[in-house]
Design a protein around this ligand. Structure first.
Ligand code: UDP
Length: 469
C-alpha cells in the first residue's frame, strides 16, 4: 500500500451497525455489513450478547468476516441469560432487558471512541434499527449521521377501509393493519413504542428498506413525504448474493447463513428427490408459536393433500404440553412417506429450490420478500405486526397467493388452501409470482432500482463521513 492508498484507506467511512437482536434483522444487517465491506467501507458490527452467542455457535460468520480486514464484531452485554433466541411471548421481556442493560453501556462505548482502531477513524455514520431509539438519540446528540434500517415491511379489525392512504383505499381494511394500529387507547405500550420509532426516523439521514421500488410503489411515495431519503435496496438477499458472486475475490462457499439456530441441510437432498413445484414448504419464522391443536390441524391438512411437504418446527414453537404420543399413528406413518420435518431450514436455499411449489408462512417480511424473489406462491397465515398487512398485499395487490387471516386453523381449510394454490389456481399464481420474480431480478441488475439506491447510499455515507472530523 503506497502513501496515497494509505491516506485513502484511513479516510474511508467507519460505519457502526447495530441490529435488533432477532433472527430477521441480524441476518439482514449482516448482509448489508458485508456489502459495505466489499465497497471498502469500515464496519463495526455491534451485537447484543444474547444474539451473538447462538449466531457464532451455528454459523461460520467469524471465519467469513475474517476475510475483511475492514470489519470487526463487537458485543454489548444485555443482561439476558437465555441460551436460545426467545419466541414472541418473551419478546417484551427481552426488549426491556436490552434497553435497561445496553442503553447506558452504548453511550459509554460510543463516547469513549472504543470502536475506533488505530488504523481507522472513529465512527462516522451509524446504521441502526429505530427499535433502539436510544442509539438514534445518541447519534443526534453527538452529531453522528444516523440511517435507520427497517427490516419489516414499509407498512405497518374491522372491515372499515383505511381511507387516509391514497392508492390503498379500495382494499386496505383496518383489520389488515397491525393490532396496535387498531386501538383507540393512545397509552397502549406497543403503540407508543412504534410511534417513538416513527417519529424519530424522519430526524435521521435516511431510511434503508428491504424492498424494491416496483414492489412497494403504492407506499414509498407516502414514506418519502415524511422521510425524503429512502433507500429501498431489496430483495437484500438477492442483491447480496449477486454482489458476492460478482466479486472475483470471493469464494462461492463463503456465502453462508446467518441463522441463530442450527440449519438442517438434509432437507435440501430430500427436496432433490421431488419434481418441480410439487412440495409445500411450511415455516412460521423465528418468533411465532402455535399450540398443539393448531399443529395437529395443520398436520392433518397437509397429509390429506397427499402432497410432499417440508415443515420447519422450530424448537419451542409449539406451546403447551406436547409429545409425540399425542400424534395419531396414521399421521406419523404417512409423514415418513411424504413429509420432512426439521427444526430449522436453510430457508433461502429452500425457496430457491425448483421442487418448492408453495410457501405456507406467517407472512413475516423477510419470508415474504424471499418468496417473491424466488417466484414461489404464498399462503399467508399472519400473526402480528406488519404480517397482517403483508398478507393483504400478497392476496390483493401482488396476487401471488392467498390471505388466510379470516379463517380458522382447521385441517379442511389448510387442505383446501394448499390445493387451491398448487392445483386449482396454480397457473394464475405462478404467472404473477414469476412476473414479480422477474421484477425483483431486474431491481438488483446493473441498472435496476435497488442497485441504484445502494450506490446512492454508498455515496451518501461517503459524503457524510467526509465532513466528520
Ligand atoms: N428462516 C430460516 N430458516 C427457517 C425459518 C426462517 O433461515 O427454518 C429465516 C428466513 O429466511 C427469514 C427469517 O428467518 O430471513 C425470518 O424472518 P421473517 O421476517 O420472515 O419472520 P420473523 O422471524 O421475524 O417473524
Amino acid at each position: 500500500m503506497d502513501k496515497n492508498d494509505h491516506a485513502k484507506h484511513t479516510l474511508e467511512p467507519h460505519v457502526l451497525i447495530f441490529p435488533t437482536p432477532l433472527q430477521g434483522p441480524v441476518s439482514c444487517f449482516l448482509k448489508l455489513a458485508e456489502l459495505l465491506c466489499i465497497s471498502g467501507i469500515h464496519v463495526t458490527f455491534l451485537n447484543t450478547d444474547y444474539i451473538h452467542r447462538p449466531l457464532i455457535r451455528h454459523t461460520q460468520v467469524l471465519s467469513r468476516f475474517r476475510n475483511y480486514p475492514n470489519f470487526q464484531f463487537e458485543t454489548i452485554p444485555d443482561g439476558l441469560e437465555h441460551d436460545n433466541p426467545v419466541s414472541i411471548e418473551k419478546l417484551d421481556e427481552m426488549i426491556d432487558a436490552v434497553n435497561a442493560a445496553a442503553k447506558p453501556l452504548f453511550r459509554d462505548m460510543m463516547i469513549s471512541g472504543r470502536w475506533s482502531r488505530s488504523s481507522e477513524r472513529p465512527v462516522t455514520v451509524m446504521i441502526v434499527d429505530a427499535f433502539f431509539s436510544f442509539a438514534v438519540e445518541l447519534g443526534l446528540e453527538t452529531s453522528t449521521p444516523v440511517f435507520c434500517f427497517q427490516t419489516i415491511s414499509p407498512w405497518e379489525q374491522s372491515d372499515e377501509l383505511v381511507t387516509s392512504v391514497p392508492g390503498t383505499q379500495h382494499f386496505l381494511r383496518k383489520r389488515d393493519l397491525a393490532g396496535f394500529c387498531q386501538t383507540d387507547d393512545l397509552s397502549n405500550m406497543e403503540l407508543q413504542f412504534v410511534l417513538q420509532q416513527a417519529l424519530i426516523t424522519p430526524q435521521t439521514q435516511g431510511l434503508i428498506l428491504n424492498t424494491f421500488e416496483e414492489l412497494d410503489a403504492l407506499v414509498l411515495p407516502h414514506i418519502r413525504k415524511v422521510c425524503p431519503n429512502v433507500y429501498p435496496i431489496g430483495p437484500l438477499h438477492s442483491l447480496y448474493r449477486s454482489r458476492l458472486l460478482a466479486d472475483t475475490t470471493q469464494i462461492l462457499e463463503n456465502i453462508s447463513s446467518n441463522s441463530v439456530w442450527k440449519e438442517d441441510k438434509t432437507c435440501l437432498s430430500w427436496l432433490d428427490k421431488h419434481p418441480p413445484k410439487s412440495v409445500a414448504y411450511i415455516s412460521f419464522g423465528s418468533l411465532a408459536t402455535i399450540n398443539v391443536d393448531q399443529m395437529l390441524e395443520i398436520w392433518h391438512g397437509l397429509v390429506h393433500t397427499g402432497k410432499p411437504f417440508l415443515w420447519v418446527k422450530r424448537p419451542e414453537s409449539i406451546t403447551g404440553e406436547y409429545n409425540e404420543s399425542q400424534v395419531p399413528n396414521e399421521l406419523l406413518e404417512r409423514t415418513k412417506e411424504i413429509g420432512c420435518i426439521v427444526d430449522w431450514a436453510p430457508q433461502e436455499e429452500v425457496l430457491a429450490h425448483p421442487a418448492v411449489g408453495v410457501f405456507l408462512t406467517h407472512s413475516g417480511w423477510n419470508s415474504t420478500i424471499e418468496s417473491i424473489a424466488h417466484g414461489v406462491p404464498i399462503i399467508c397465515w399472519p400473526y402480528f405486526y406488519d404480517q397482517q398487512v403483508n398478507s393483504r398485499f400478497v392476496g390483493e395487490v401482488w396476487k401471488v397467493g392467498v390471505d388466510m387471516k379470516d379463517l380458522t386453523c382447521d385441517r379442511f381449510i389448510i387442505e383446501k388452501a394448499v390445493r387451491d394454490v398448487m392445483d386449482t389456481r396454480q397457473g394464475m399464481f405462478t404467472q404473477s409470482a414469476t412476473a414479480w420474480q422477474n421484477l425483483a431480478k431486474e431491481s438488483i441488475g446493473e441498472t435496476g432500482s435497488s442497485s441504484k439506491n445502494f450506490a446512492l447510499l454508498l455515496d451518501d455515507i461517503r459524503e457524510l463521513s467526509s465532513i466528520m472530523k
